[in-house]
Ligand binder design. Structure first.
Ligand SMILES: NC(=O)c1ccc[n+]([C@@H]2O[C@H](COP(=O)([O-])OP(=O)(O)OC[C@H]3O[C@@H](n4cnc5c(N)ncnc54)[C@H](O)[C@@H]3O)[C@@H](O)[C@H]2O)c1
Length: 449
């Protein structure tokens, strides 16, 4: 559950907001140059060269209906809101293996040989910067190239220097940072995360409750760069980070890309609830053979992911409102590391439901997906929308971006919205609101007058 105890009121959207035009390069920083981030980088380059289309990206392919259905106004989202042009995107990032983004893409094994060849020059131009990394937070990885410093604050300063140098080199006034690093070990919110003052003290005193992902986020926010979290780590889902983001006028989003099994879960579960069908059990299992799977094979990192994957059903099904249907179901999530599959994850869901007169039925889902192929367009949209929110003067948690996350961050007074189609309605209405268009309620009463 997200927590936001910032005293400063987060500015809400106003009708037809003034949004600065995107001009000049947008630098995208990714802590973690692995399967997802390199698949995005290669994909953006291929799209720019007209070698492929942006399949899976709402910002590039999606339309938005405006006004009444009879008006037949459905522009592309990218022509409706002033998004940055993907031709203006530049990439930079940190990892523990050194080399270039090409080395990382080759190792990740997502792209086939032909596509790697097509993007080789481009990916080789992206040098991996040495990471801020501590093994106790991601036990399965053995680092090769990392920064050295005496305190976590000093690490943050080194990251800030990297950010400044990269922005200068790119001639960039705007940046976005998205955590694409490994899932860190499970950490609960504690005193050090409650206020910015506590957090900065913790950075100076090397508090163990501050993992590297938080140091990157702190560095980004201090450099005026909005931040999103693609993994389930706590990272910016703590009051101290929201306080800093609001103070600096920067938007935040997270957490944990919603891509495969959970994407399906947030479609099926609302369907059961919509039809008042009961649930007695939901067993979800996965086999995954990429590095992410290896990291998640370690209990501390798995716990972080498990909490993120489990929370979804409880919020969607609302057992407190429908006790006869949802108060007694069994929910289990398993992730099994299985190297032969690489990035091609396979998930199975066995869903035991009951209907009229309590008669039992079953649904079986087998999703043979490609993890990073699903995640890359989500990452692209997050980058472009976060930059839009920044130029529209938004700060703090951007709940309208819940559409992209397994554990959407939200204000403490409300629960997160997980239903994919409510999330999409919310996102599109937010865009209409930003641009001063009528919100769409789907009432349709105008036709019957
Ligand atoms: N692919 C998906 O569908 C999906 C969905 C949801 C969440 N995620 C999350 O996104 C993240 C990235 O996934 P991936 O498949 O690219 O994983 P990956 O293992 O290929 O890449 C992650 C990279 O992060 C690096 N790293 C770890 N700690 C770091 C640090 N402190 N600083 C810099 N680099 C660091 C690792 O060395 C690795 O190269 C993971 O946390 C994963 O759980 C992925």
């Amino acid at each position: 559950m997200s927590i936001n105890n910032s005293k400063k009121k987060v500015p809400g959207p106003r009708r037809g907001m003034k949004i600065e035009n995107p001009s000049g390069p947008l630098t995208v920083f990714t802590p973690g140059i692995g399967a997802v981030s390199t698949t995005l980088m290669a994909g953006v380059e291929m799209i720019r060269k007209g070698q492929r289309g942006p399949v899976g990206s709402l910002t590039q392919m999606g339309t938005i209906r405006l006004g009444k259905r009879t008006e037949k106004r459905s522009p592309l989202i990218k022509n409706f809101v002033p998004l940055a042009d993907i031709n203006d995107m530049k990439f930079a990032g940190w990892d523990i293996f050194g080399g270039t983004a090409y080395d990382a893409a080759e190792k990740a094994g997502v792209l086939n040989k032909d596509d790697l060849k097509l993007t080789k020059n481009f990916l080789e131009g992206i040098e991996v910067m040495p990471a801020v990394f501590e093994r106790k937070y991601v036990k399965r990885l053995q680092p090769k190239v990392v920064k050295k410093a005496k305190s976590k604050m000093e690490f943050a300063e080194k990251l800030r220097d990297d950010i400044k140098a990269t922005m200068k080199k790119n001639g960039s006034q705007r940046g976005v940072m998205v955590w694409c690093g490994s899932t860190e070990t499970y950490i609960e919110q504690s005193e050090v995360h409650k206020t910015l003052k506590n957090f900065e003290k913790g950075l100076r005193e090397n508090d163990p409750q501050i993992p590297p992902s938080m140091i990157y986020a702190y560095a980004a926010l201090k450099e005026g760069i909005p931040f999103a979290n693609g993994a389930p780590n706590l990272t910016v889902d703590v009051p101290a980070m929201n306080e800093l983001a609001c103070k600096e006028g920067l938007p935040l989003a997270g957490k944990d890309f919603k891509t495969g099994q959970t994407l399906l879960k947030t479609v099926f579960a609302p369907m059961l609830k919509a039809r008042m069908l009961g649930l007695s059990g939901w067993f979800s299992t996965n086999i995954l053979g990429n590095q992410d799977g290896e990291v998640l094979d370690e209990p501390g990192s798995f716990k972080t992911k498990e909490v993120s994957k489990l929370s979804v059903l409880e919020y969607i099904l609302q057992p407190e409102l429908y006790p006869e249907l949802y108060s007694d179901y069994y929910h289990k999530v398993r992730i099994n590391y299985y190297p032969p599959r690489g990035d091609n994850k396979e998930s199975w869901d066995n869903i035991d439901i009951f209907g009229w007169l309590n008669y039992p039925m079953q649904i079986k889902v087998n999703f043979q997906c490609r993890d990073s192929i699903l995640a890359a367009p989500v990452l692209l949209d997050i980058i472009l929308f976060l930059d839009l929110a920044h130029r529209a003067g938004q700060s703090g948690i951007q709940e309208w971006m819940s559409f992209y996350f397994k554990s959407p961050m939200c204000a403490p007074e409300v629960y997160p919205e997980h239903d994919l189609f409510i999330q999409m309605t919310k996102l599109k209405n937010y865009l209409r609101y930003l641009m001063g268009e009528e919100l769409i309620t789907h009432l349709g009463v105008e036709y019957y007058k």
